[in-house]
Design a protein around this ligand. Structure first.
Ligand code: RUQ
Ligand code: CUA
Length: 660
C-alpha cells in the first residue's frame, strides 16, 4: 500500500486550531471519522483522562500505561526487560528480578496484561502479565506502577495461555503453547517422539488475597497440544477455566500446514475447584522442578531471587471429572466468557463461524455422557451439537478475540477481513461492523472480560500499520485504534502509536487506580541495607577492593561530591538514597564510563550502581533528572588512582572555597 491517506491525522492537527473538520479523503473509509471525534478524544491541558489502558509491550517485554480517550503515553513499566531509563535490571536492587533457572534473562515477550479481580470485577490492585519465551508471570503493584514479583513456571514452553485470573484472583493460570517433555525427563528425546514423550502442563499460581504474593500451587499434566489462550468462568461457571487448543494433530514440523488438518480442534474445560480438592486430598504427585521466584520488597527497595524446587502435578487422565474437551472449529485462538458466565465464545482463526458454547449445556452433556470419543483413552470429548449455544454466522474472516460491553453485546476482531464485528450474545445476530486498520489481533473493552463491563471505549490492537503514520524507515510505528462503542454504531475516534507490539490491553476507570497511588516512599520506612537517612551519615568505606559509597541526593546536590582513594579495578557500589519526601522529585545518578545504566531514585528510595573503574583519572558523576533550578549544579567527581596507589579514602562536600 502506498502512502495515500496521510490526511488521516489532519483531525488531530485541527485540535490545535480549536476547530473540527472531517479528515476524510474521498473513497477512503480508513480516514473517515465522525465530526465530534476530535472533541471526544480531546482532554484539555491539566485534565486527567477517564480511563487507564495497560498495554503489553509485546516483544519489548514491558507494559505501558496510556490515558484514554487521549491515547497519551503515561509510563513504561519495566517488567521482563532491562530498562536503562530508570536502571531496572541494571541496579543491584533490581537485577534479581530477571533471574531464572537459566540465569539472568533480561528480555521476554509479554502478551497478556490481566487486572486482578474481586467478585469478577477489576479491582485495580495488581496487574499480571506473562513472559512467553522463558515462561514467567509477573505482578505489577498498581499503587507504585512497579513490578514487584516474577515467578518462573517449570515444565512448559511458551507461557502463552497466560496469565488469566479466576473470579476472585484465587489463582492466575497459565498453560503451555509449546508442549515439551517435563523438565525432570532427562532422556535425550528425539523430536519425533512428540506424541509419546511431550506433555502439556497447566500451571495454577495461588495469589495471596491480602498482598498478592504468588506461589505455584500445582500443575495439571495434559495431552501435548498447543494451548493458546484461556479465560476463567464467573458466576455460575466460577469453578471452571477454559483453554483453546490448536495443533490437536500433534504436529512438530511445518505447523502452518500440519496443524491445520482437522476441521475441529478443542476447547479444554478444566474444573479447577475439583483439581484444588484433589490436591487438598493429597492426590498430587511431587516431581522435581527448578524455577526462580523473584520478589521485590517495597521496604528494602530490594529484590531477592530464590530458586524453588519441586512442584505437585496431577495427571488428568487419572481423575475423571477434571477435564473435558469440546470440539471447536478450526485452530481456535481466543476463548472468552460472557459477563454472566453462561456463554463461552471461541474464535477459530480458520473458522467460518464463531461458535458460542453454553455452560449449562456443557454440564448437561457431561451429566448425560454425550461423548464423541476420548482423548488419551479417558478424557471425554463432548458432542459439539450438545454443548453449542449457537454459531455467529458470516462474522467475517479470521476471528481472533472477543470482549463484551454492558449492554449484552460482544465484539470480535477479524484479522483477515480487518474489522471489528459487534454481535448480540443472546440471539447471535450481527449488529454492526467497523473496519480497523489493519488486521486487528486483540481488542479491549473497558472491563470487557469482567463480570461488569464498563463499555464506552474499545481499543483495536492492530498487527499491521502500513500507511497510518508518518513513515519511520523499514519499521513503522505500532498501531492502535480507539473506537467509541457507547451508541448503536461503532465510531472510529483515534489512531495512536504504542511501544513494542500492543499485543493486548486491559482498561479500567481511572478512579479505581487513583485512590491507591503512592506519592513517595517514607524515608523512615526505608530498610535498604545501604540506606543513608541524612547527609551527616554519608560515608565511603573500603573493604579490600570493594568500596561502598553511601550517598544522598536532595535538591540540588549529591553528598559527598568529592571522593578520592578509589583505585582502578575496585568494585565500587554507589548506594544513593533520595532524601526528598515529596511527590515527583526523583533524582538520577550516572558515572562517566560506567558499563551500566543510570539510576533513577524515587523520593525515599535507595538504589545501587555497581561500577568497576578501568582507567585512572578524574571521573565526573551527576544527577540525570532535571529536578530543580540548580539541577545542572548537581554533580561531583571521583578521583581514580592507579591500581597499586596509596591514596587514602577521602570524601567531602562543600570544602572548596567559592571562587570570586
Ligand atoms: S494472542 S493476537 Cu499472543 Cu494474545 Cu491473540
Ligand atoms: Cu537531582 Cu537533577
Amino acid at each position: 500500500m502506498k502512502l495515500s491517506n496521510y490526511k488521516a491525522w489532519i483531525p488531530a492537527l485541527t485540535l490545535l486550531a480549536g476547530s473540527v473538520i472531517i479528515g476524510c479523503k474521498p473513497g477512503k473509509v480508513g480516514s473517515a471519522v465522525d465530526e465530534d471525534a476530535a472533541k471526544k478524544v480531546y482532554v484539555a491541558p491539566g485534565k486527567y483522562d477517564e480511563i487507564y489502558a495497560f498495554m503489553s509491550g509485546g516483544f519489548s517485554g514491558q507494559v505501558a500505561a496510556y490515558g484514554i480517550p487521549s491515547g497519551r503515553l503515561l509510563k513504561v513499566i519495566p517488567v521482563f526487560s532491562q530498562n536503562p531509563e530508570n536502571g531496572y535490571g541494571y541496579s543491584e536492587e533490581t537485577k534479581p528480578m530477571l533471574n531464572t533457572s537459566h540465569g539472568f534473562v533480561p528480555w521476554d515477550d509479554s502478551h497478556h496484561p490481566e487486572l486482578s479481580k474481586t467478585n469478577g470485577e477489576d479491582d485495580g490492585r495488581w496487574l499480571f502479565i506473562n513472559g512467553n519465551n522463558t515462561p514467567r508471570i509477573a505482578r505489577i503493584n498498581l499503587a507504585t506502577f512497579k513490578t514487584t514479583e516474577i515467578l518462573e513456571l517449570p515444565n512448559i514452553g511458551g507461557n502463552h495461555a497466560s496469565p488469566f485470573c479466576t473470579e476472585n484472583t484465587e489463582y492466575v493460570v497459565g498453560n503451555t503453547r509449546f508442549s515439551e517433555p517435563l523438565d525432570d525427563d532427562k532422556t535425550d528425546n528425539p523430536i519425533s517422539s512428540f506424541k509419546q514423550t511431550f506433555k502439556g502442563a497447566v500451571s495454577f499460581v495461588k495469589v495471596n488475597k491480602d498482598n498478592g504474593a504468588m506461589n505455584l500451587a500445582f500443575q495439571l499434566i495434559v495431552p501435548p497440544f498447543n494451548y493458546d489462550l484461556a479465560h476463567a468462568g464467573k458466576g455460575p461457571s466460577h469453578d471452571w477455566i477454559f483453554f483453546t487448543c490448536y495443533n490437536t494433530e500433534q504436529a512438530h514440523t511445518l505447523l502452518e500446514v500440519n496443524a491445520s488438518q482437522r476441521d475441529k480442534d478443542f476447547i479444554m474445560a478444566v474444573n479447577w475447584k475439583r483439581a484444588e480438592e484433589l490436591i487438598a486430598a493429597g492426590k498430587g504427585t511431587k516431581i522435581p522442578a527448578k524455577y526462580a521466584h523473584n520478589t521485590y520488597n517495597e521496604n528494602t527497595h530490594t529484590a531477592t531471587s530464590v530458586i524453588e524446587t519441586g512442584t505437585q502435578v496431577i495427571d488428568v487422565t487419572k481423575f475423571p471429572g477434571l477435564v473435558y474437551y469440546m470440539p471447536c472449529p478450526k485452530s481456535p485462538h481466543g476463548v472468552d466468557v460472557s459477563p454472566d458466565g453462561l456463554n463461552i465464545v471461541a474464535s477459530g482463526k480458520l473458522a467460518a463461524v464463531i461458535p458460542v458454547f453454553s455452560y449449562q449445556k456443557m454440564l448437561n452433556a457431561i451429566d448425560k455422557k454425550q461423548y464423541d470419543g476420548m482423548v488419551d483413552g479417558n478424557i471425554p470429548v463432548l458432542k459439539y451439537e450438545a454443548v453449542l449455544h449457537g454459531e455467529v454466522k458470516k462474522p467475517g474472516l479470521g476471528p481472533l478475540h472477543t470482549e463484551f460491553d454492558n449492554k449484552g453485546y460482544a465484539y470480535t476482531t477479524m484479522f483477515v477481513s480487518s474489522e471489528v464485528v459487534k454481535w448480540k450474545v443472546d440471539n447471535l445476530e450481527i449488529a454492526d461492523r467497523i473496519p480497523s486498520y489493519y488486521s486487528p489481533g486483540h481488542l479491549s473493552v473497558v472491563g470487557g472480560d469482567s463480570k461488569k463491563p464498563f463499555g464506552k471505549y474499545l481499543l483495536s490492537l492492530n498487527k499491521i500499520t502500513k500507511d497510518r503514520y508518518l513513515p519511520t524507515g523499514p519499521e513503522l510505528a505500532q498501531a492502535c485504534q480507539l473506537i467509541d462503542i457507547a451508541g448503536n454504531k461503532m465510531k472510529l475516534l483515534l489512531d495512536f502509536p504504542t511501544i513494542g507490539e500492543p499485543h493486548y490491553a486491559q482498561m479500567i476507570p481511572a478512579d479505581k487506580i487513583l485512590k491507591n497511588q503512592v506519592k513517595f516512599f517514607k524515608l523512615d520506612d526505608n530498610k535498604n541495607a545501604y540506606v543513608t537517612k541524612s547527609e551527616k551519615d554519608t560515608k565511603v568505606v573500603r573493604n579490600g577492593n570493594r568500596v561502598d559509597v553511601y550517598m544522598t541526593a536532595i535538591r540540588s546536590h549529591l553528598a559527598p561530591d568529592n571522593i578520592e582513594g578509589i583505585k582502578v579495578g575496585d568494585e565500587v557500589y554507589v548506594h544513593v538514597t533520595n532524601l526528598e519526601q515529596d511527590w515527583d522529585v526523583p533524582h538520577g545518578f550516572a558515572i562517566k564510563g560506567a558499563n551500566n545504566a543510570e539510576l533513577l531514585i524515587m523520593p525515599g528510595e535507595t538504589c545501587t550502581l555497581k561500577w568497576v573503574p578501568g582507567l585512572p583519572g578524574i571521573i565526573p558523576f551527576y544527577c540525570t533528572d532535571f529536578c530543580s533550578a540548580l539541577h545542572q549544579e548537581m554533580q561531583g567527581y571521583f578521583r581514580v588512582s592507579p591500581a597499586g596507589a596509596n591514596v587514602p579514602i577521602k570524601f567531602s562536600i562543600g570544602e572548596n572555597p567559592v571562587t570570586k
